[in-house]
Design a protein around this ligand. Sequence first.
Ligand SMILES: NC(=O)c1ccc[n+]([C@@H]2O[C@H](COP(=O)([O-])OP(=O)(O)OC[C@H]3O[C@@H](n4cnc5c(N)ncnc54)[C@H](OP(=O)(O)O)[C@@H]3O)[C@@H](O)[C@H]2O)c1
Length: 277
Amino acid sequence: MKHACVIGWPVAHSRSPVIHRYWLKLYGLEGAYEQEAVRPEEIAEFLKTLGSHGYAGANVTLPHKEAALAAADRADQAATTIGAANTLWLDAKGLLHASNTDAYGFMTHLAQEAPDWNKGKRPVMVLGAGGAARAILQGLIEAGASKILLANRTGDRAKVLAQSFGPRVSVVPWEDRSKALAGCGLLVNTTSLGMTGKPPLDINLSALPLDAIVADIVYSPLETPLLAAAVGRGNRTVDGLGMLLHQAVPGFERWFGVRPEVTPALRAHVAAHLEAS
Ligand SMILES: NC(=O)c1ccc[n+]([C@@H]2O[C@H](COP(=O)([O-])OP(=O)(O)OC[C@H]3O[C@@H](n4cnc5c(N)ncnc54)[C@H](OP(=O)(O)O)[C@@H]3O)[C@@H](O)[C@H]2O)c1
């Protein structure tokens, strides 16, 4: 019987068990998916001994994503470029491999919901410069975005992030975020604004073309105030739940040997959990 887990501090908020346990049951696999609350001062030792804890691999959430990359014997290009890992697995020799599947998750969902997101190669506006923003930028650039405008409340953080991605990313001052939407084909919110318990994202969408797509990676609530405003003026929207579901696929396949599907039934199952909590 294979075991995997999600490691975080705290970890109780993680939705990963809901997703992976659904798939284990659906595919009739003999496996288990646990939660491991590991203190920051104990994470290096825990990861070094992941196999002796009985795990074939793990998801890693805040605040351990950088430590997970540092602990790995091998890291793929996504983890290296993003500078953080969210998926770990042990190979037959006991080597610890690290990947970051956030960019894969976001881009897979975006390509499904709005396959024409880069039609006309119009600029993409990304709000936020945290860990998730780095993954989104990596995914967008790899998929062919030619001009990305990046705005973040803390301007210096946006500058550092933009520099690491080269000339396709340019920084827009946070106070200019609304007017910079003119001519954009895609707007992505990667800040935590709009999340339950946080203030809504304060942005005026009136300059955004009506055929532009608005994506939010916040998934609780499923329809954030940003997405509601976009729907209200007729823009197509892409929510954050699809990213969460798709980022889980590669890890499950590594640990349990079956590539799982993201289906409407899984979406409904996880959405019901989100609503109940
Ligand atoms: N759908 C998914 O699968 C998925 C995956 C990863 C993350 N997420 C969600 O994405 C969000 C960001 O995650 P993260 O890991 O990137 O977090 P993070 O590293 O802590 O970054 C937070 C970002 O939000 C901005 N922010 C926070 N409060 C703000 C405020 N009051 N005004 C303006 N900007 C504010 C921060 O700006 P400063 O730099 O100025 O502080 C920063 O850009 C979270 O809600 C998380 O749940 C979703």
